[in-house]
Design a binder for this molecule. Structure first.
Ligand code: B12
Length: 222
């Protein structure tokens, strides 16, 4: 199978939620040297986009979507070591979680993976995190950056509630807070009082790296 066919077949496997086939194809892609980022961006993600559309138009229901999510997660686990590699130096610390009431984690895990690859020490807090839990994790791990993910219209306001909690605890300025997730917009992110918004994982990395550089420059000139 050539590279293009392999990526298209992998996307189809995600759409169909064929977990074992997804794992086998990902192993095959790795064995023939297809770039891991390409496998994600041109295989897994386009597959999940189709699933989203089928879900939106009531052609797919939760059981089908869950199988697709499992297929995607299985492949991502195989690709992670190739993307993260052997990180020797740490540029900054990030705590990243999905907000309260929300159990979507694929995109958030992708953000975590690319941040790790960019030499961040990442504490992945999982899903359904209260503002208190996110705040405690940030304090405990001495985070530079707090990442908040929300995939539902009804959970998006919990981004703002989390920011408010940091303010209430009097430590808002200690952290840079970035948010994202399919329904989140740059305008909404600003209204919530976050410092930034990332439309996708590479953008999240670019913004976080920039913040770390600014922090270093400020420390050097102080
Ligand atoms: C997979 C999925 C599920 C799976 C989740 C499995 C899992 N482990 O995550 C399951 C089946 C469990 C599920 C459940 C539900 N889902 Co759902 N789900 C999806 C689906 C199809 C794909 C999401 C996904 O993984 N995309 C792939 C990843 C790679 O993309 P992403 O998440 O957007 O992430 C990228 C960016 O957004 C960004 N990003 C994400 N997080 C962060 C964080 C930071 C800090 C930054 C900077 C960037 C960032 O970077 C990521 C990588 O590039 C979407 C459809 C869609 N179009 O989004 C619906 C969708 C999000 N779900 C939806 C709904 C309604 C539900 C349910 C309420 C359904 C129900 N009736 O029960 C439940 C909610 C359960 C809950 N309490 O959370 C709706 C939400 C509508 C809305 N606006 O509110 C959507 C949009 C589908 C639709 N069109 O109707 N779902």
């Amino acid at each position: 199978m050539d590279e293009r066919t392999l990526l298209e077949t992998l996307a189809f496997t995600v759409i169909k939620g064929r977990v074992k086939e997804g794992t086998a194809l990902t192993e095959q892609a790795i064995a023939v040297g297809v770039d891991a980022h390409l496998v994600i961006n041109e295989g897994l993600v386009p597959g999940m986009d189709v699933v989203g559309e089928l879900f939106r138009t009531n052609q797919y229901f939760i059981p089908e979507v869950l199988l697709s999510a499992r297929t995607m997660n299985g492949s991502m686990a195989l690709l992670k070591p190739l993307i993260v590699g052997a990180v020797t130096e740490t540029v900054g610390v990030a705590v990243v979680g999905t907000v309260k009431g929300d159990i979507h984690d694929i995109g958030k895990n992708l953000v975590c993976m690319l941040l790790e690859a960019a030499q961040f020490k990442v504490h992945n807090l999982g899903v359904n995190n209260t503002p208190e839990k996110i705040f405690e994790a940030a304090e405990q791990h001495g985070a530079d950056i707090v990442g908040l993910s929300a995939l539902l219209s009804v959970t998006m306001p919990n981004i703002g509630k989390t920011v408010e909690h940091f303010e209430k605890m009097g430590v808002r300025k200690k952290y840079k807070i970035i948010c994202g997730g399919a329904p989140v917009t740059p305008k909404f992110a600003q209204e919530c009082g976050t410092d930034g918004y990332g439309a996708n994982a590479p953008e999240a990395v670019r913004i976080c790296r920039q913040w770390i550089e600014e922090k270093r420059a400020a420390a050097a000139s102080a």
